[in-house]
Design a protein around this ligand. Structure first.
Ligand code: SF4
Length: 476
């Protein structure tokens, strides 16, 4: 055995590993942690953070989710030794998950993963040790101070430090921002690793209808091209049926997750922390293969049942009657302290942007006639959060009214071309509809915690909490 083995055992117990699994997995996990430069002290700190931020001491579903994240990290780091074929998706690949996940059905021994998100969750949120990756990329090709996003920096840093092994194929998301696909070109050029770009035309006007023919055809053709490139890389065809099977596995997770979201939106007091909820939800992007999704569905059901139990017992993470607010769109991945600060300031962060809108299902009959690549494209193009500010504002208004909220928190992502820019415009659009309601635009960075401190964010959050309480009291 090795020095500090008890700390590793305690961590894995906190992550719902059984004693037998711990005995079996420990050597492999230690090797992966060593490769990533994680020490015994890091392991101890990680466990403390899991309890402080993610309710690991009280929710088995949370422990299961943390365990799935840790397993995903170890699998990724060890993939170079354990798999001949490694296919990586890269953020913001929201549209391509099902195609990528389906590759497991074509080639069960291939490694399929999303290293960007795995690194941010495990090295960032759990270990608070993302800086070595960010700094490695800054020292090489993405200099500090030029607002390169931390997502891209961690991706390059992961490859430079060998935390992320070489890929057989990178699947790049040319469907949302300019930074990610350009940085992925560096992977192709410098590391000599093939990249396929899944592009979308991004020239829509505010007035274009959702999913018009031109956008749908262009995007679904790109998804088909991506599917062909993945098939070639794994040496077996990824079929439409495999994609459908993967989509259905995602649906299973979605059903259980919706139960949690509904309890959060409708219960007082709020039964589960927004930080725990987001951590569990991130697994849909990480364990995207049918095999992985079945484990996520199992975890999500346990978590949803525990949330239901808390609702029935009146147990909450913030006091009953706390002001209810929406957050738009994501809390920082690598810094759970920010989400926690809202709850510590007495706010019930009960819904996320998008709550109350399921426009894709309202066109179910039309969608059912499409082939899987069209459906994947349609799902993306129907997600207001990913497409246009006018539509996003409408959805925020809808969710605000439906959930009977008291305020809105907008979280621009400092170094993102897309999420960093449209919130002031959205705030004005929302105010036009809802009047002078409490809204704060709180600049953070989803991927790089060095751009702000949780203490600075906390001060702003506490002021916002006062503002919401005052508005709520005067409306009563
Ligand atoms: S954070 Fe923004 S700029 Fe960075 S990869 Fe994501 S969408 Fe692109």
């Amino acid at each position: 055995m090795f020095e500090g083995v008890e700390a590793y055992r305690e961590l894995l117990t906190t992550c719902d590993f059984s004693p037998e699994e711990i005995d079996n997995e420990l050597p492999r996990l230690k090797k992966a942690f060593d490769k990533a430069g994680l020490t015994v002290e890091d392991v101890k700190r990680c466990r403390e953070r899991m309890i402080t931020y993610f309710e690991a001491d009280t929710l088995r579903g949370a422990r299961m989710a943390l365990g799935l994240h840790i397993r995903a990290f170890v699998d990724m780091v060890m993939a170079g030794e354990e798999h001949d074929v490694r296919i990586y998706g890269h953020l913001p690949l929201m549209a391509g998950h099902c195609v990528l996940g389906a590759a497991e059905l074509a080639r069960p021994d291939a490694y399929i993963g999303l290293p960007d998100l795995i690194c941010h969750m495990v090295l960032g949120a759990f270990f608070n040790k993302l800086d070595p990756l960010l700094e490695a990329s800054e020292a090489w090709c993405l200099p500090a101070g030029l607002a390169h996003c931390g997502c891209s920096q961690a991706k390059i840093g992961g490859r430079l430090t060998d935390v992320v092994p070489p890929a057989t194929l990178h699947v790049s998301a040319g469907n949302y921002c300019d930074e990610a696909p350009k940085v992925d070109e560096v992977l192709a050029y410098h590391f000599k690793e093939p990249v396929v770009w899944c592009n979308r035309c991004q020239d829509e006007s505010f007035d274009d209808p959702p999913m018009d023919d031109r956008h749908l055809k262009y995007f679904s053709a790109n998804i088909r091209r991506t599917k062909d490139a993945i098939s070639e890389a794994v040496g077996a065809e990824v079929t439409n049926q495999m994609i459908m099977q993967t989509m259905m596995a995602t649906e299973e997770v979605g059903k259980e997750f919706k139960r949690i979201q509904d309890y959060r939106a409708e219960s007082d007091p709020s039964p589960i922390s927004v930080v725990t909820t987001d951590m569990a939800a991130a697994l849909v992007g990480i364990d995207m293969t049918p095999r992985g999704l079945s484990k996520v569905a199992e975890m999500m059901k346990v978590l949803a049942d525990e949330v239901q139990d808390r609702v029935e017992r009146g147990v909450g993470v913030v006091p009953k009657g706390a002001p209810r607010v929406m957050y738009a769109y994501v809390l920082p991945f690598a810094s759970p302290a920010v989400g926690k600060a809202f709850e510590e300031a007495g706010l019930n962060v009960c819904v996320r942007e998008g709550y109350g809108s399921m426009p894709i299902w309202s066109r179910r009959e039309e969608i059912a006639k499409l082939d899987p690549c069209d459906i994947v494209a349609g799902i993306f193009l129907h997600n207001p959060t990913l497409v246009k500010p006018r539509w996003r504002a409408d959805v925020v208004v809808l969710g605000y009214n439906k959930a009977k909220l008291d305020g809105i928190v907008m979280l621009p992502h400092y170094s993102c071309r897309v999420f960093g820019t449209d919130f002031p415009m959205m705030r004005d659009m929302v105010r036009k509809e809802l009047g002078d309601i409490p809204i704060t635009v709180l600049e953070t960075d989803v991927f790089d915690p060095r751009y702000y401190t949780a203490e600075q964010a906390r001060t702003r959050i506490e002021s916002f909490s006062e503002m919401v309480r005052a508005a709520k009291a005067s409306a009563a």
